[in-house]
Design a protein around this ligand. Structure first.
Ligand code: ZN
Length: 330
């Protein structure tokens, strides 16, 4: 009976008592096998594991909010570093043309590109939307809403265009012909003296057929080198659904993937690194500051017809409201 009481008493002991018991066992083990660093590590590991198990909520807060926010602040502070954006953007005032498929693509997917290049790198921004998003008959209203979005994103009204062409209507099942898209892009590049083009990549963020057709056309245009006005061309990187909706948590992946470039940039201040290897311009990372994020939300607020309940979640959960990773079109 006494043994049973002792057992019950031990079960009721606090977690600290339990840890002390583990320590005692390990210390006894030390006396027998002499003191070793291995046993210290084991104790430390057990203590950390135990602490993590007994402080689940705190651990989740640290992992899901505290560290991602720290990484977010760190990346904003280093946003102009050449690890994230080529120096060329600081030296020249480029003229950007963003080519998208539907009104609202500009703020749901590309807002860090539009905001950061404009506010931090003095890039002139222009927007060409190839349809009015008339899939359910709201084309005219959506074209008007787009102008509100451009105002919030500081894109001049005369360079904020949505087309309404019979052969290029909003439809997730229809592939737009590259042969018809390319002359339209060329026309606006000439009209607005564009030297820098940005659009979707081959998956088109959501897999929408219209997005993917534009990506294919831009790639063809760049690779054929028929338009000599284009000096730079980038596409917005698509990621898995899990990452797409991981909001600030995605900063873990982004930060890890940019570590080699950060180190390269850091050492280039000490050693004349550029003599050995030229800066990597194949990728650009653009991170919305809280101000830019709010401006992007204001831009989407103009798209009243699209403001459904799921969009409220999107504006918080989507990484594209905070981060754009651009890949150079080779
Ligand atoms: Zn779209």
């Amino acid at each position: 009976m006494n043994k049973l009481k002792q057992f019950w008493y031990k079960k009721q002991n606090s977690s600290h008592d339990l840890l002390d018991e583990i320590d005692q066992v390990l210390l006894l083990d030390n006396h027998e096998h002499k003191y070793s660093s291995r046993s210290i590590n084991t104790r430390l590991f057990i203590r950390i594991y135990h602490w993590t198990c007994t402080h689940k909520i705190l651990t989740q807060l640290i992992t899901c909010i505290f560290i991602p926010v720290l990484l977010y602040i760190f990346l904003i502070m280093l946003s102009t570093n050449q690890a994230f954006i080529p120096k060329e953007f600081q030296e020249n005032h480029h003229r950007l043309l963003l080519i998208a498929a539907h009104p609202d693509d500009e703020c749901l997917f590309f807002s860090p590109t539009l905001r950061i290049l404009q506010t931090q790198h003095h890039v002139n921004t222009s927007l060409l939307i190839l349809s009015r998003g008339n899939h359910v008959g709201l084309g005219e209203i959506r074209a008007r809403e787009l102008h509100g979005s451009c105002r919030a994103l500081n894109i001049p009204q005369e360079r904020c265009i949505s087309l309404d062409l019979s052969y290029m209507q909003d439809d997730p099942k229809i592939w737009w012909s590259e042969k018809q898209i390319i002359p339209l892009i060329n026309e606006y590049i000439r009209l607005w003296s564009i030297d820098f083009v940005v659009s979707f990549d081959d998956y088109g963020i959501s897999g929408h057929m219209n997005h993917r057709a534009i990506a294919s056309a831009v790639r063809l245009l760049v690779q054929n080198k028929t338009n000599t006005m284009i000096k730079m061309s980038y596409e917005l990187k698509s990621v898995s659904v899990l990452r797409k909706y991981s909001s600030l948590m995605d900063f873990y992946f982004v930060f890890l993937s940019f570590i080699p470039r950060l180190l390269h940039s850091f050492f280039s201040y000490i050693i004349p690194f550029n003599l050995i290897s030229s800066p990597d311009v194949s990728r650009i990372l653009l991170v919305n500051t809280p101000n830019d994020y709010m401006a992007s939300r204001a831009a989407f607020a103009s798209h009243q017809t699209q403001y459904n309940w799921d969009r409220h979640i999107y504006l918080i959960a989507s990484r594209y409201m905070f981060i754009n990773e651009l890949k150079k079109i080779e």
